[in-house]
Design a protein around this ligand. Structure first.
Ligand code: IPE
Ligand code: IPE
Ligand code: MG
Length: 252
């Protein structure tokens, strides 16, 4: 069954915290890495669906700054899986006109992973369809402190002055500079937290949580989440009356 989605009311930018791979595997007496492998299949489905639906920006939390503290064997397996995924999928990204982007502290990633990423980013740089952003070695606090340091350095160098510092300027110094803020955030596996993802950018994002573990997240569930987004009234601090007046104006 497919849900009826209004193509004019989709999130421009969709962000996803893909969680629950480990538990999915452990519940089946499998190794955690098998859960990550199955999770990669869900990634393929979501990327394909999002691009088909015409979502402009898809951002996936794939590996957090804090995930480096997991057992080294799991970290290594995740890096290998990431490389394999990027290599395998680049041809499909070309066919679907999808452009790769990465946010996070890339200097912490292994050299071979960075080479694979550079290659995929360069190959897809001219694509004009969906922008697929992978958050890798990403932490919101780390991103904010890097941006603050960068701004401070530019003030010292004289390229900007203290009075130039504003919300818009800060935005441009973040890893996500150039991307609109997410309209919708999905987190799987039942955890109701942000886990250091996009702290600044999520200020007015609509949040959606499902108990389903990431490897079990299906097309139907994806459409159900998007339908839920379409039922929401986003206010941005205004009153309901102000919003309906605006709606009247935009319908004229
Ligand atoms: C999400 O699944 C993938 C990564 C964080 C890399 P988890 O590995 O966190 O799965 P759980 O939360 O342990 O079930
Ligand atoms: C968040 O999931 C990071 C990713 C999905 C990559 P975690 O599993 O690391 O988050 P916590 O530890 O449950 O908060
Ligand atoms: Mg988890």
């Amino acid at each position: 069954m497919t849900m009826l989605l209004d193509p004019n009311k989709l999130p421009v930018h969709l962000a996803i915290i893909m969680d629950g791979n480990g538990r999915w595997a452990q519940q089946r007496m499998l190794k955690r890495i098998v859960g990550h492998q199955r999770g990669a299949e869900t990634v393929k489905m979501v990327v394909e669906q999002a691009s088909l639906l015409g979502i402009k920006y898809l951002t996936l939390f794939a590996f957090s700054s804090e995930n480096w503290s997991r057992p080294p064997l799991e970290v290594r397996a995740l890096m290998t899986l990431l490389k394999k995924y990027i290599r395998q999928e680049t041809a499909r990204m070309m066919r679907k006109n999808i452009r790769y982007n990465v946010i996070g502290n890339r200097s912490e990633l292994p050299a071979d992973v960075n080479e694979t990423l550079d290659d995929a980013i360069a190959k897809t740089a001219g694509n004009t369809g969906m922008v697929l952003t992978l958050a890798l070695s990403y932490g919101g606090r780390q991103e904010l402190s890097r941006a603050a340091a960068h701004i401070a350095q530019d003030v010292i160098d004289g390229t900007i002055s203290v009075n130039d510092i504003s919300v818009d300027l800060f935005d441009r110094y973040l890893d996500t500079g150039g991307l609109p803020d997410p309209d919708f955030l999905i987190r799987t596996s039942g955890e109701m937290r942000i886990s250091n993802f996009l702290l600044w950018q999520l200020a007015y994002t609509e949040l959606y949580f499902t108990d389903t573990n990431w490897p079990d997240f299906t097309i139907n569930e994806f459409h159900k989440a998007l339908a839920n987004f379409q039922s929401r009234e986003r206010r941005f601090g205004l009153t309901g009356d102000q919003l309906s007046q605006r709606g009247d104006l935009s319908n004229e």
